[in-house]
Design a protein around this ligand. Structure first.
Ligand SMILES: *Cc1c(COP(=O)(O)O)cnc(C)c1O
Length: 459
């Protein structure tokens, strides 16, 4: 292209002021504000100018407008988007763990919308504590003397070790040196807390006498960690909590019990292995029990610590607590979620328990209705028996019998298309087939799922 031509192309570039007079600019400004519109326009103009200087032509005002619109849409697009979980993993950590009940969402909305007595004592008219809020309910449900909410269970464990065992020994079985997803590893958390890890026993077998032999003047606590996401099978032994508690009492030591998921309901009722409940740990004499708010409890993300009042009081005063504190919306959500347990309606109201308790026949019936709604598009789909899992680092060996929709066609390609569309759909691939498990699909997500599947299978 000749220099003359380049110059004439450059002259066709509109000025920013002229361009924002275009009719679509008013809508952009209303949606994004003037600053981002002008900035997007400048960036697009700069790119076009550079292109002309390297021999390109001016693409025209219409194309320019399209590029500005695209840039603005990208800028404003949320990175967090809804996903339909058809993978059959109830507590899918990558997909945000527990979906919340309607009442919990309403409580969180209420707490977020206005002011509250978060840290204000309305009777006394003076500063109060945010740490009192869910305590009475937690104590009532678990039998503990005291309770404390923090940001998540990783924070709860770090806090307990930092506040109560810093600079001293904490004895733990070699079979319980867990790594949870996301880089939470017990030995590293221990190091971070300043406590000294004293590992005893072997990977498969640890006895209470192993703990006893390791106790010295410097020991602060015995710790038990639930091996959430793995099982050691075969020739194995781990001491009962009661034995650890008895030993700790003799030596005036603490027992810290990290339950991981922590459940208030007995998972054995649903044909699963029995997960230790929080009530059992408290009754068994653990001084502090830590667990998550958003695993089997089925509420918003939080770490929950329950136990003896004197130890919880020390945690409350410890400076790290301030760095791990929970938001008002979380407190409202946890409190309302706990009420579902108090009222005996957890299985009906809390989505994760509704999903866990759903029988395979019910899921099969939903699958049939869904295929009927797909009509001709679903012709090649089949309903087959399969297994859902609880996930979230709990019950690794356990499955819940389910019915799966097997989608015909190239599994990887189909799965990718489902992931990339909106709302995104995540299924799972087994034996080269794309499988969809309605156990984890919320009832209100069935219609959008039908639409996505119809597009996929007809397209
Ligand atoms: C999941 C888990 C944690 C971490 O809990 P978060 O709430 O995810 O921070 C800690 N310990 C155990 C044993 C767990 O299973």
């Amino acid at each position: 292209m000749t220099p003359d031509h380049t110059q004439s192309e450059l002259r066709r570039l509109p000025g920013v002021d002229a361009f924002v007079q275009r009719p679509e600019a008013a809508a952009w400004e209303a949606a994004y504000g003037r600053g981002p519109v002008v900035e997007a326009l400048r960036e697009v103009l700069d790119a076009v100018r550079a292109d002309i200087l390297s021999g390109g032509a001016y693409p025209g005002d219409e194309v320019l407008a399209e590029r500005v619109a695209e840039r603005l849409a990208t800028l404003a697009a949320p990175t967090l988007v809804p996903v339909i979980n058809a993978a059959g993993v109830v507590l899918h950590t990558n997909l945000g763990r527990a979906p919340l009940s309607a009442a919990v969402l309403e409580a969180m909305r209420g707490a977020g919308q206005g002011y509250s007595n978060l840290e204000y004592d309305l009777e006394a008219g003076q500063r109060g504590s945010r740490y009192v809020h869910a305590e009475a309910l937690l104590c009532r449900l678990t039998g503990a003397e005291a309770a404390l909410l923090v940001n998540n269970n990783a924070g709860a464990v770090l806090l307990a070790l930092s506040a109560l065992a810093r600079g001293r020994g904490v004895i733990i079985s070699r079979g319980q040196l867990v790594e949870i997803g996301g880089g939470f590893r017990i030995p590293e958390v221990m190091a971070q807390s300043g406590a000294r890890l004293v590992e005893v026993g072997t990977t498969n077998r640890t006895y209470v006498r192993d703990y006893a032999a390791a106790i010295d003047d410097d020991t602060a606590a015995l710790m038990r960690v639930h091996t959430s996401n793995y099982r050691i099978r075969g020739f194995t032994a781990q001491p009962e909590l009661a034995e650890m508690v008895a030993l700790a009492r003799e030596h005036d030591l603490l027992v810290i019990d990290d339950l991981g998921s922590g459940t208030l309901l007995d998972t054995a009722r649903y044909g699963l292995a029995h997960e230790p409940t929080v009530q059992e740990s408290v009754a068994g004499g653990a001084d502090l029990v830590t667990f998550s708010g958003d695993k089997l409890l089925g509420g918003p993300q939080a770490g929950i610590i329950v136990g003896k009042a004197e130890h919880v009081a020390r945690l409350r005063r410890f400076p790290l607590t301030r760095a791990l504190r929970v938001d008002k919306t979380t407190i409202a959500g946890i409190q309302t979620n706990l009420l579902h347990y108090l009222k005996g309606e957890a299985e009906r109201e809390i989505p994760v328990w509704r999903m866990i308790s759903a029988p395979a026949e019910e899921i099969g019936a939903r699958a049939e209705v869904l295929l009927a709604r797909l009509g001709g598009a679903g012709a090649g789909c089949e309903i087959i028996p399969g297994t859902s899992v609880v996930g979230g680092g709990s019950l690794p060996d356990e499955g819940l019998p389910t019915r799966l929709i097997a989608v015909p066609g190239p599994a990887e390609t189909l799965a990718e298309a489902l992931r990339r569309g909106r709302p995104a759909v995540v299924g799972r691939i087994e034996d080269g087939r794309l499988l969809l498990d309605l156990r984890t699909v919320l009832p209100e997500d069935e219609e959008p799922l039908v639409v996505r599947l119809r597009d996929l299978l007809e397209g």
